[in-house]
Design a protein around this ligand. Structure first.
Ligand SMILES: Nc1nc2c(ncn2[C@@H]2O[C@H](COP(=O)(O)OP(=O)(O)O)[C@@H](O)[C@H]2O)c(=O)[nH]1
Ligand SMILES: [Mg+2]
Length: 361
């Protein structure tokens, strides 16, 4: 080999070594990037788990009173009885009725439980605890399509009507839902069609400012249907996605209320194909059986698509969720667990059952 060839060879070798080195560093760099991406992914997954846990925690916290109420009674019952007897069932029945689950539901529940105790030959109250939770869960999921999701129209405006008697938390719920929808990237308009109650319009306006969404309202005493009409017109002109309509729920005069709601619905149907996408009935959980009666009454006068159960944080009567489902067959879509804009959760039966019974198991 001549000298030139040797030199050429040497240089070529050097080049490949350098190329290898270059490739190696590039590979290292790529590895680093991949590592970073993985880290980010993990971080994101952690975050997701974290928010999920927070969500469960919100349920646990909001249901503290209910849990301390009937769940501690259940635990006490379990401790006092060595065997499942008739007296045990009587006491259990009483505890469940006091938790506002509803008499018929409780009767059915006790019957089913007795059957299972017999057929599965259980007589230890300790083992019955799990069965109780199981059966309560079954009551809720029983032959129903469980959808707590709100329906939205594909294009154009989605109008949602909020009904319910005075003081249950309609205006507050609109504020909370508006806040969530805004965070989901929707353009939200609040419409104050409760022109009956003094200060109702101002209260809704305050919420719109607090959560940073649009507002439409008129003076006290204005015709609610005309407020809805002009509100929807504004929504169309300014291209809003969702219109949340507050109403006055004077159930004392059923015929008038029905007419008023009918009129509002006609106005909505005139402006938006298909009318109100959701009509949410707001019920105050602290009112117990009274709330159930309201649900029955409203169901008779208008088409309810879902229930928002408020003030679950302030009651030991958490069983009302099961009673509503059983007696009126309308799904609970949201639960209110406080007065702040964040204190609203999409109803999730699993988290609810967990929040209620976590100390029992
Ligand atoms: N603790 C608690 N209070 C609530 C909840 N929802 C509403 N409230 C309170 O209930 C009261 C009546 O609410 P409001 O929205 O004015 O009821 P409306 O008359 O149906 O519009 C207000 O003081 C609210 O702060 C809730 O989920 N938990
Ligand atoms: Mg109100």
């Amino acid at each position: 080999m001549g000298l030139f060839s040797k030199i050429k060879n040497m240089f070529q070798k050097k080049e490949t070594i350098e190329e290898d080195k270059l490739i190696e560093t590039e590979v290292n760099e790529i590895d680093e990037v991949i590592e970073k991406v993985e880290e980010k992914k993990e971080f994101k997954e952690e975050k997701v788990v974290e928010t999920k846990n927070n969500n469960v925690k919100v349920y646990e916290k909001g249901l503290t009173k209910s849990r301390q109420g009937f769940v501690s009674r259940l635990a006490d019952l379990t401790n006092r009885y060595k065997k499942v007897t008739d007296e045990y069932f009587d006491e259990l029945e009483e505890i469940l009725i006091m938790a506002d689950i509803g008499v018929n539901t409780v009767m059915e529940f006790i019957d089913r439980l007795r059957d299972r105790v017999r057929s599965e030959k259980l007589d230890d109250p300790e083992m019955l605890k799990e069965l109780i939770v199981d059966e309560l869960f079954i009551i809720y999921v029983n032959d129903s399509v469980l959808t707590s999701k709100l329906t939205f129209r594909e294009d154009g405006i989605t109008p949602m009507l909020f009904v319910g008697v005075n003081g249950v938390g309609k205006t507050t719920t609109i504020g909370k839902i508006g806040y969530q929808l805004k965070n989901d990237g929707k353009k939200v308009l609040l419409v104050a069609a409760d022109t009956f109650r003094a200060g109702a319009t101002a209260q809704l306006k305050e919420w719109s400012e607090k959560i940073g969404v649009g507002f439409f309202g008129k003076e006290e005493g204005a015709d609610p249907a005309s407020v809805v009409f002009d509100g929807l017109k504004m929504a169309q002109e300014e291209k809003y996605d969702v219109v949340l309509i507050d109403t006055a729920g004077r159930l004392q005069n059923k015929v008038n209320l029905m007419k008023e709601l009918e009129k509002m619905n006609k106005v909505i149907e005139g402006q938006v194909e298909g009318g109100a996408t959701e009509t949410l009935l707001v019920i105050d959980a602290t009112t117990g059986q009274n709330g159930i009666s309201q649900a029955k009454a409203f169901k008779e006068i208008t088409n309810i698509t879902g229930i928002v159960l408020t003030k679950l944080d302030g009651t030991a009567k958490g069983g009302i969720v099961l009673a509503i489902k059983e007696t009126v067959g309308i799904p609970v879509k949201y639960i209110g667990l406080g007065e702040a804009k964040e204190d609203l959760q999409v109803f999730d039966i699993e988290k609810y059952i967990y929040g209620l019974f976590k100390d029992l198991m």
